[in-house]
Design a protein around this ligand. Structure first.
Ligand code: ZN
Length: 186
């Protein structure tokens, strides 16, 4: 497996609509390798939580999610999901603004975040890596990540959705706040 090179804001591929994967091709070596390498890239580089194929230079409708607990998010459960040709079919409830960043927004500590309004609950239709179709409800953090990644497949970046532009902050400043919040919880 290999660590894939990430594309960054400004790269035109991030503004393109990704091509759907024909269902018969999901089991192909090309798609299976892409999924394995995307997952490897996320976990190996500890890049955070989700990656859409255009972020590794491939304009295909493939998303890999790998949530792991971290110091500032120690309460989250490990969670893995592959979404092929995902489509959000229903948004449930109101939107809430939550901090969000993007792997394509700069390398690690040089990145930035902002508050993005996202639905707390969504229903998503997608194929998994075995070619099985699902139509499932996701909530909370998982729903937030899925909305971010599905946006990537339409050429939409989180910065396009920011309403409160005063909420932009650097990664270092975000971590400072996250640590303070954690200290308060203890
Ligand atoms: Zn992103």
């Amino acid at each position: 497996m290999k660590v894939l090179t990430r594309t960054q804001f400004g790269n035109p591929i991030l503004r393109k609509v990704a091509e759907p994967v024909p269902v018969a091709e999901i089991s192909s070596k090309e798609i299976q390798e892409l999924i394995a390498n995307m997952r490897h890239t996320l976990l190996e580089k500890k890049l955070g939580i989700g990656l859409a194929a255009p972020q590794v230079g491939v304009s295909k409708a493939v998303v890999v999610i790998a949530i792991r607990p971290l110091a500032h998010r120690h309460k989250v459960e490990p969670f893995d999901l592959t979404l092929i040709n995902p489509e959000i079919t229903e948004c449930i409830g109101r939107r809430t603004a939550m901090y969000e960043g993007c792997i394509s927004g700069g390398p690690g500590k040089a990145s930035f975040l902002a508050k993005v309004p996202r639905y707390k609950k969504i229903k998503v239709r997608y194929y998994d890596e075995t070619g099985k179709q699902h139509h499932q409800i996701y909530e909370g953090f998982r729903a937030q990540i899925i909305q971010h990644e599905v946006d990537h497949l339409s050429g939409i970046l989180f910065v396009d959705r920011v309403k409160d532009t005063t909420s932009y902050l650097t990664y270092a400043e975000y971590m400072k706040r996250a640590r303070k919040m954690l200290a308060k919880q203890k």
